[in-house]
Ligand binder design. Structure first.
Ligand code: HEM
Length: 123
């Protein structure tokens, strides 16, 4: 029984629509559809239902690359942010492109080097 409401038998299956879970007003409030990265801060997300955020899927077919992806993201972001200031077009209006993942369509960023290049540090 799911949530005391939906009877699941052995052969039954369910599809979890992650984009809807991640925009659930009962969890995030009425502005659930707005892009507000501060929602992810520990002080904002504390106390939320544990299954209300599942970027790597759920159940038996969940992402096997999760740990790798999280490490890679931290390493790549740390390296980029250490070396570059990143700016985007402040007037950009979000348009979502659905490919393997959801992406902002036509959104471009500019990188400005933060520190002078020293020998052996280029790139
Ligand atoms: C931020 C990065 C990533 C995100 C958000 C992500 C997300 C997901 C999600 C949501 C699924 C489940 C799809 C479904 O339920 O049908 C999935 C499956 C999968 N992911 Fe990832 N993924 C990421 C990175 C990676 C990486 C780096 C690898 C491999 C090195 C990987 C390998 C896989 C594989 C093989 C599956 C299929 C698992 C199966 O069907 O049994 N993913 N991923």
């Amino acid at each position: 029984m799911i949530g005391g409401r939906y009877l699941m038998r052995t052969q039954d299956w369910a599809t979890v629509i992650l984009p809807l879970i991640h925009r659930d007003p009962s969890v995030l409030g009425e502005d659930a559809g707005e892009f507000r990265p501060d929602r992810s801060l520990p002080e904002s997300s504390r106390g939320r239902p544990p299954h209300s955020y599942k970027p790597f899927g759920t159940g038996e077919r969940a992402c096997i690359g999760r740990q790798f992806a999280l490490h890679e993201a931290v390493l790549v972001l740390a390296r980029l942010l250490q070396r570059y200031d990143i700016t985007g077009d402040p007037g950009y209006e979000l348009a979502i492109s659905e490919r393997l993942t959801l992406m902002p369509r036509g959104f471009e960023i500019a990188l400005a080097r933060r520190t002078p290049v020293t020998v052996g540090q280029a790139g």
